[in-house]
Design a protein around this ligand. Structure first.
Ligand code: F6R
Length: 260
């Protein structure tokens, strides 16, 4: 069935099924286009998907030797050696196990002396790479995508942002102390994300249910940044039953099980 939004909706049993499906979508893109440009979120949802992707790469489901990868965002003030730096998490969790070389990977430098210039470097690199073929995104409990917090304009580009209290609280569990969560980040903008030719958004767990419902129901606008996905045209959403639990029946009825 062709849908207005999202163009595909998969409601799966749990994390393993979501990882299987999302990694299949990435592999399909790379099979279709060996030099594909892939955008990756970090965070719990994305890092649960990476082992499935690594497994499939090792099984030869797709050849990743020519892909290029971009990180979606990065904390400002954490060196790449910091365990919570997204560049570090991505290197350890995905890029190293996949055997990608540094030239294949764009990482933000969270310690750049001029973070604004670092953001512009990302936009230039994206343009030089020909844009993102598939962007894997997660969803913040406040409706953010990347670190585009509520208030972010739909045409925003990669830039320096302040993290909201909600996001800092949500990410506190990954840091040794509450005060250790950085206050600022560099993120691809909403306009930058919407330039991706395909977006795969994965949201799992009951704590995402309200944000998922708002992504579908709120007026499209900066108050709920994920609503901007509704104007994209090639969005696949992968949810588990808990994350989908606040969606109206009319939306759920069109949800597909994997392979459907
Ligand atoms: C991280 C990012 C964020 C996360 C979102 C969900 O790179 O872009 O938008 O995707 O905050 O985070 P998790 O998956 O940890 O719930």
């Amino acid at each position: 069935m062709t849908r207005a939004f999202p163009q595909a909706l998969h409601i799966v049993a749990g994390w393993d099924q979501a990882a299987d499906l999302a990694s299949d979508l990435v592999c399909a893109t790379v099979r279709r286009k060996p030099g594909a440009v892939l955008g990756f979120a970090t965070g719990r949802t994305a890092t649960e998907i990476f082992p499935a992707l690594i497994r499939k790469a090792r099984l030869g489901r797709a050849d990743f030797t020519q892909v290029r990868c971009f990180n979606l965002d990065e904390y400002i003030g954490l060196p790449p050696s910091h365990p919570n730096a997204y560049s570090n998490e991505m290197q350890r969790g995905l890029y190293d196990p996949m055997g990608l070389n540094p030239a294949q990977v764009f990482l933000f430098d969270g310690m750049a002396s001029n973070p604004g210039h670092e953001a512009e470097r990302c936009e230039r690199a994206l343009a030089a790479a020909g844009g993102i073929d598939l962007q894997l995104a997660g969803l913040g409990e406040n409706g953010h995508i990347g670190f585009n917090e509520p208030g972010s304009p739909g045409d925003s580009r990669t830039r320096v942002v302040s993290l909201s209290a909600t996001s800092r609280t949500a990410n506190r569990r990954y840091f040794p102390a509450p005060g250790a969560v950085p206050a600022r980040a560099i993120t691809m903008g909403i306009g930058t994300i919407l330039d991706a030719r395909q977006i795969v958004m994965v949201a799992l767990g009951a704590h995402k249910a309200a944000a998922v419902a708002r992504m579908f129901n709120d007026p499209v606008g900066p108050a709920t940044p994920a609503t901007f996905l509704r104007g994209h045209g090639n969005v696949t959403i992968v949810l588990d039953h808990l994350a989908a639990s606040a969606l109206p029946e009319s939306v759920l009825a069109a949800g597909q099980e994997p392979g459907a």
